[in-house]
Ligand binder design. Structure first.
Ligand SMILES: Cc1cc2nc3c(=O)[nH]c(=O)nc-3n(C[C@H](O)[C@H](O)[C@H](O)COP(=O)(O)OP(=O)(O)OC[C@H]3O[C@@H](n4cnc5c(N)ncnc54)[C@H](O)[C@@H]3O)c2cc1C
Length: 478
């Protein structure tokens, strides 16, 4: 029997953390639960606030929504893509309307059929929150810190959480629930709370890439980047720095510069622009030189990717499911976190339809499978830098060498560029890069050149081997 008197497991669910993973969890739980209550340190009550908030300091920095993530958000919130575009979010193909530079190579341009939206994290989160708030059985509690779990006397079943509201004179209170979702993000307290309840803490895997970010917003000329919506430069072992320039809602441009292994961007305006000028490709430095800076650079340190292996614990309490960054926090330069949270939301929807109440062990195994490929991509990418410690297994070394060759070949062969972009977008599985049609040209080093064609009316002229766009700018494919 749960707090709402419902023994079927369909009673109240509490979601701790109203970030992306928490909002998506609330959305799918609302299909099956009588009541869903979202608790967060920040006041998420009004939903009108589009400013960065204290609970998600990473929200000031670029938050690329990968195409697979966009597809899932559209499935969970029909019409969201159009809503964001109507509110000014640029859209376009990931490869056909933006520039991708990986391993020191500029990818051939092609339509990869990867419809992408470029929005700031606060704007996206605010739109999602508004949609979640429209669900009749979901509510947002006033700002409060969740301090711990409440369990049955044996500690085997979680029955709620202890909360202290962020208001003067508040006293600790208990919010009862038959299901608690830990969506507290990277700083989740669940490992400590489990230890306090007599459980083991989950083993942790860490890849210490010592990443530093700095971000600034600009107003730029409309023809900057020849009309592309963005450009991304990944790091190389020789030059472990990179950056992203992307147009976002409000006709602003966000510039995030980053460096691995301690090679962090400066946060003085002059130092920031000098760092942009030092990148291998000149797009970002050139674009911002003549632009109007709208704010000062803001920094963020990300010491390590962290994966908590809850699925390896012998005992785990019923009624508790961790999700999102609480389980696995990935190096953000790969832009995967929100999409991985969205994939987990789909899995949660499926599990709550099947299991009543959801069985934690099945959930944790499911999450492990979802996280596996993104984690491998981060491990492979980060371990390409000799300064980063980690197990350089034969698989890691072979795949690293293969991906470097693929990136080189993708500079000439649009088919290879598309294949890689689709894996990076989490639309296709990594194994698809080993198909004979892809592996053949990569291993033989015979990238196919993109056809040279003159500009067609309505298409921006491009230099070099750029093929004309296959989709018109701003066209929405849903
Ligand atoms: C610098 C940086 C850049 C990133 N860029 C990208 C990107 O380009 N693309 C991408 O997809 N992902 C990116 N990510 C990852 C992305 O932010 C997360 O993966 C994604 O938001 C899912 O996180 P989450 O919802 O699990 O946690 P979060 O978004 O961190 O939310 C956790 C929530 O829990 C609340 N909370 C925590 N503890 C408590 C408590 N005790 N009581 C009450 N509330 C609590 C917090 O206030 C917060 O609202 C980036 C991350 C960083 C650090």
């Amino acid at each position: 029997m749960d707090a709402t008197g419902d023994s079927s497991g369909g009673g109240r669910a509490v979601v701790v953390g109203g970030g992306i993973a928490g909002l998506l969890a609330a959305r799918v739980l609302a299909e099956r639960r009588v009541e869903v209550r979202v608790l967060d340190r920040d006041d998420l009550g009004s939903g009108q606030d589009e400013e960065p908030r204290r609970g998600v300091p990473q929200g000031r920095h670029i938050h690329a929504l990968l195409p697979r993530g966009r597809q899932i958000l559209e499935e969970l919130f029909p019409g969201l893509t159009g809503q964001l575009i109507d509110a000014g979010a640029p859209s376009g193909d990931l490869l056909g309307d933006a520039r991708l530079h990986l391993s020191g190579h500029r990818f051939a341009r092609a339509d990869a059929e990867l419809m992408t939206l470029s929005v700031s994290r606060p704007h996206l989160e605010s739109c999602l929150r508004r949609r979640v708030r429209e669900l009749p059985n979901v509510s947002f509690a006033p700002a409060g810190d969740v301090l711990g779990l409440v369990t049955t006397p044996t500690g085997t079943q979680v029955t709620g959480v202890r909360v202290l509201r962020r208001a003067d004179g508040s006293a600790e209170e208990v919010v009862e629930a038959s299901l608690v979702i830990d969506a507290m993000g990277r700083g989740s307290r669940t490992p400590t709370w489990l230890r306090q309840l007599g459980y083991a803490q989950p083993p942790e895997e860490r890849i210490e890439a010592d990443l530093g970010y700095a971000t600034r917003h600009y107003r730029l000329a409309s023809d900057v980047l020849d009309g592309d919506w963005g450009t991304l430069q990944g790091p190389t072992p020789e030059r472990p720095r990179g950056g992203v320039l992307a147009r976002i809602e409000g006709d602003r441009w966000i510039v995030t510069l980053f460096g691995l292994v301690g090679d962090h961007p400066a946060t003085t305006p002059g130092g920031f622009e000098a760092f942009a000028d030092s990148l291998t490709f000149p797009d970002i430095g050139q674009a911002i030189r003549s632009g109007e800076a709208l704010d000062d650079p803001v920094a963020f340190r990300f010491p390590a990717s962290v994966r908590r292996r809850y699925e390896r614990l012998r005992r785990f309490p019923d009624g508790l499911l961790p999700i999102g960054d609480a389980v696995c926090s990935l190096n953000p330069i790969y832009g995967q976190g929100m999409t991985v949270a969205a994939l987990q939301a789909l899995a949660l929807r499926e599990q709550v339809r099947r299991d009543r109440p959801p069985e934690p062990r099945r959930w944790l195994r499911r999450v492990t499978r979802i996280v596996e490929a993104p984690w491998d991509m981060v491990v492979g990418g980060d371990l390409a830098h000799p300064e980063v410690d980690g197990p350089r297994t034969m698989k890691v070394r072979l795949l690293g060498a293969y991906i470097a060759r693929l990136h080189a070949a993708a500079a000439k062969d649009p088919r290879l560029a598309c294949a890689f972009a689709r894996v990076m977008a989490l639309v296709d599985p990594p194994i698809s890069l080993l198909r004979p049609g892809i592996a053949g040209p990569v291993l033989l080093g015979s990238g196919r050149r993109a056809p040279r064609r003159g500009p067609r009316p309505g298409l921006t002229s491009r230099s070099g081997d750029d093929p004309p766009r296959l989709a018109s700018r701003g066209e929405v494919r849903r």
